[in-house]
Design a protein around this ligand. Structure first.
Ligand code: HEC
Length: 404
């Protein structure tokens, strides 16, 4: 024992235990309170908590459950929380007069087969396609991301803006009931509730997996917290990212936690497939500009809120930050098949760590992305992506393939 202590002192003197001492303790970096709605998007938080990832990263974090977006925004306004799960629409309106909060990462987006919001028709309705929704009042919560994504989904599918009608039903459970009873002919609902509605006879008309750029949720922190406790936020995000990796690698392992923390209808408790989550990705300037256009159009906002002031890229890991443009393109166009970050894709080969790709030239990789691989599921993107975007994707894919 004594020898051990002497050795320890010696090592300490030699500076060999310095790396341990250099790590600031959780008390030094400050504790964080984060407001959480009972929605699927918050699942990585609870995984990080249960697996001890916050403690491991050296940060004290408390989740503050909130029942509604209104309650969440009130306690953020009052300074009772440092961060929260929200969306682009609420971030922009928060920052209307002065920048109060900043987005530090995207929490969730829609993937193929894993929509975030679906527009449904009542079981008794004859509506089948987006065109049939022309002139039909659709139940939504007005002035929220739900109205925004519904509007953008329908106009993208060719419905004329003047033909889109909404009916205000702010409460999600009430919207579900009115739809199922046929008192509402159509409504937009989030998964997993939307899937339970379909299970019980509601008809899927359109969903955001067709247009994933319109319904990202994000983690935002107050500018005070970002100034006072940046190291705590950095550690929080490391733990969040670790939780996302654990979840993507084995979603079933977290079903019990998912059922405990997220409101899930009983009918689909066992069958609902937990979706993949994105990693290290920020909203693009185009996504931000589109949300602002909509808010200004609706007179919910009277002036632009600059992208750089509301989106803070300082917390993304360095490599990801260099490639945040390409990552955003990858998440919306490629991740559904190749998986988040090119790993464990449900319908395409792993790109990360791929020896095949390391052996290919940049031109060969660009050709596959441009023209696709005929006879396989790999589509060509020449009509959807610019040459610049493809060149950036090639660089990103090469970094991943080389394990960087
Ligand atoms: C609908 C599913 C799907 C989508 C979407 C998709 N891929 Fe693929 N991708 C595949 C499949 C399947 C292959 C394997 C083709 C083969 O066997 O030759 C592939 C192959 C590749 C390869 C060659 C890998 C190798 O080892 O030879 C690259 C690079 C690639 N995809 C990149 C992308 C990028 C970048 C995007 C987005 C812009 C994308 N893919 C979107 C399914 C998809």
């Amino acid at each position: 024992m004594k020898t051990f202590r002497i050795l320890f002192v010696l090592f300490a003197l030699l500076g060999l235990v310095q790396p341990l001492a250099a790590q600031e303790s959780p008390e030094d970096v400050g504790a964080l309170k984060v407001g959480l709605l009972p929605v699927l998007d918050t699942l990585p938080f609870y995984i990080a908590e249960e697996e001890g990832y916050f403690a491991e990263a050296g940060v004290e974090v408390e989740g503050i459950p909130v029942a509604s977006p209104v309650e969440r925004d009130q306690i953020m306004q009052a300074g009772a929380i440092d961060g929260m799960l929200n969306e682009l629409t609420t971030t922009a309106t928060f920052n209307r007069d002065a920048v109060q909060i900043q987005i530090v990462i995207v929490a969730r987006i829609a993937y193929e087969d894993f929509p975030v919001f679906r527009v449904l028709a009542a079981p008794s309705s004859a509506i089948e396609t987006p065109e049939h929704l022309a002139g039909v009042p659709i139940g939504v919560s007005l002035n929220t991301v739900i109205e925004y994504t519904t509007y953008r989904q329908l106009t993208s599918a060719g419905v004329a803006p003047d033909d889109i009608e909404f009916q205000s039903v702010p409460s999600i459970p009430e919207r579900f009931q009115l739809l199922m009873q046929g008192q509402l002919e159509a409504a937009t609902l989030p998964d997993p509730l939307a899937q339970a509605a379909i299970e019980a006879g509601a008809k899927p008309v359109i969903d955001d997996s067709w247009y994933p750029e319109y319904s990202v949720s994000v983690l935002s922190f107050s500018v005070q917290a970002i100034e006072a406790k940046p190291e705590a936020i950095r550690r929080f995000l490391l733990a969040w990212d670790k939780a996302v990796q654990a979840l993507n690698a084995d979603p079933e392992a977290y079903r019990a936690l998912f059922l405990e923390k997220v409101s899930v209808p009983e009918s689909i408790e066992e069958t609902y497939e937990i979706p993949p989550f994105p990693r290290a990705y920020l909203p693009t300037e185009a996504q931000w500009a589109d949300v602002l256009d909509w808010l200004i159009d609706k007179e919910l906002l009277d002036a632009e809120v600059p992208y750089e002031e509301s989106i803070n890229s300082a917390f993304l890991p360095e490599v990801e930050n260099d490639f945040s443009d390409a990552l955003a393109v990858f998440e919306t166009n490629c991740a559904a098949c190749h998986g988040a970050m090119g790993l464990d894709g449900p319908a395409g080969p792993d790109l990360a760590g791929s020896a095949d790709i390391v052996a290919m030239s940049a031109d060969d990789i660009a050709a596959i992305i441009t023209d696709g691989a005929p006879g396989t599921a790999m589509p060509g993107f020449s009509d959807r992506l610019s040459e610049d975007e493809i060149a950036r994707l090639v660089e990103l894919v090469q970094r991943w393939a080389a394990g960087e």
